[in-house]
Design a binder for this molecule. Structure first.
Ligand code: AMP
Ligand code: MN
Ligand code: MN
Length: 331
C-alpha cells in the first residue's frame, strides 16, 4: 500500500502527461463523482486527463460529466502514462477497457472496497472510507499541498458530494462516519450546491423509472421467514416500462426498507445468460461474503456479483445462498 502523498507526487511528475481514469462498469454516483473530481483537478494541473468509459452513463448522474468521459470505442487512446482504477480493484470490473489499462506505464488503484487487493503499481485501498470520493478529497488536498495551488472549486465539490451522498444513502448507512459529514461541511463552505445535487440525482426520475420500480416490487418474494426479499428486472420488463437498466438502481434499497427484511436481492437480466446481482443488508448480515462466493465483491452491507445463467436459475441459487447465510447468522 502507498500513501496519498506518494500517489500525489507521482501524479505531478512532469513525464506523466496523459492520465486515464477507469471507473467500474455501470458507473454509480461514487464511481463517476470521484473520477470527475480527480479528472477536473488533473486537467487544472495541465495534464491530459479523461475518464475512459464503456457504457452509457445513467441520466441522473450525467450532469457530473463536464466533458470528462470518453468512450473506449470512440477513441484511439495511445499509450497512457498513468492508468487509475477508480472505485474498484480489478480490471475485471471494466473488461472492455482492460487492455488499455494494461498499456499504462504506471497503474494505480484508488478504492474503498474491502474485497480489493493491492495488486497494482501503486495502491490506496481504504475500506473505512464511505466512498472513493472521500479518498479523492484527501488526494486533492495532497495535490494542493504538493503543487502549492488551490484546486478545489464548487464543481469539484458537487462531484465529491455526489460520490459521498450516493454511497452513504444520503448519510444514512452504517458506513457513514464523522469524516463523511466533515467533508460535506467543508464542501458547503466552498459553495457546493448540495441540495441542488440531490434534486438532480433523486428528484429527477423519469416515469419509466417509477414504473420499473413498481413492476419489480410487484414480482418481489419474501423468504427466510420474511428476513429476505428477492425481485427480478427482466429485459421484458425494461421494454414494457420503456426503461433502461440503470433505472433499476434503488430497487434493492426499497426492498431493504421493509420491516424485518435483513437482506434484499435484486436480479437484473442484462442478457439471456447474464444476470447482475445486487445485494443489500440492513444491520448484521455480510453480503460481501455471499457475493465473493460467486466471484463478486463489494462492501459488508452492499455487494454484487454476475451470474452466467438464466434469471430463473439465478433466482433459485441466490435464494438458497441467502437463506443459508441467514441460517448461519442465527446459529
Ligand atoms: P451494486 O449492487 O451494483 O450497486 O453494487 C454494490 C457494491 O458491490 C458496489 O460497491 C459495487 O462496486 C460492488 N460490486 C457489484 N458487483 C460487483 C462485482 N461483480 N464484483 C465486485 N464488486 C461488485
Ligand atoms: Mn461504485
Ligand atoms: Mn464506492
Amino acid at each position: 500500500m502507498n500513501t496519498l502523498k506518494e500517489i500525489a507526487k507521482m501524479l505531478l511528475k512532469a513525464q506523466n502527461e496523459k492520465i486515464l481514469l477507469f471507473p467500474h462498469v455501470n458507473m454509480d454516483g461514487d464511481a463517476l463523482g470521484s473520477s470527475a473530481a480527480l479528472c477536473s483537478v488533473l486537467q487544472k494541473l495541465g495534464k491530459t486527463a479523461y475518464i475512459l468509459t464503456e457504457d452509457d452513463t445513467a441520466y441522473n448522474i450525467e450532469f457530473l460529466d463536464r466533458g470528462y468521459c470518453v468512450r473506449v470505442d470512440e477513441t484511439t487512446v495511445g499509450t497512457p502514462d498513468v492508468c487509475i482504477c477508480m472505485d474498484c480493484g480489478s480490471t475485471d470490473r471494466f473488461a472492455a477497457r482492460a487492455e488499455v489499462f494494461e498499456n499504462g506505464a504506471v497503474s494505480v488503484c484508488i478504492d474503498h472496497h474491502i474485497t480489493s487487493k493491492p495488486i497494482f503499481d501503486m495502491n490506496y485501498i481504504d475500506g473505512s472510507a464511505a466512498a472513493t470520493g472521500e479518498i479523492v478529497y484527501d488526494l486533492i488536498k495532497e495535490l494542493e499541498n504538493a503543487s502549492g495551488r488551490t484546486l478545489f472549486d464548487a464543481e469539484i465539490g458537487e462531484a465529491i458530494f455526489a460520490a459521498i451522498a450516493t454511497d452513504t444513502g444520503n448519510f444514512q448507512y452504517s458506513n457513514t462516519t464523522e469524516k463523511s459529514h466533515l467533508i460535506a461541511a467543508a464542501l458547503l463552505k466552498i459553495g457546493t450546491d448540495e441540495s441542488g445535487v440531490c434534486v438532480k440525482i433523486y428528484q429527477n426520475a423519469k416515469l419509466s423509472r417509477i414504473k420499473l420500480n413498481a413492476a419489480a416490487v410487484d414480482n418481489m418474494k419474501l423468504f427466510a421467514d420474511g428476513r429476505a426479499a428477492i425481485a427480478t428486472v427482466t429485459q421484458d420488463m425494461i421494454d414494457a416500462c420503456d426503461a433502461e437498466m440503470s433505472e433499476a438502481d434503488g430497487i434493492a434499497e426499497t426492498m431493504r426498507n421493509i420491516r424485518g427484511v435483513e437482506i434484499s436481492v435484486l436480479l437484473k437480466e442484462y442478457g439471456r445468460d447474464e444476470v447482475k446481482v445486487s445485494m443489500r443488508a440492513k444491520s448484521y448480515a455480510d453480503v460481501a461474503k455471499i457475493a465473493a462466493g460467486f466471484g463478486g465483491g463489494g462492501h459488508v452491507r452492499a455487494a454484487g456479483c454476475t451470474l452466467r445463467m438464466k434469471i430463473s436459475e439465478a433466482e433459485k441459487i441466490m435464494t438458497e445462498a441467502v437463506s443459508e447465510a441467514l441460517q448461519k447468522e442465527m446459529q
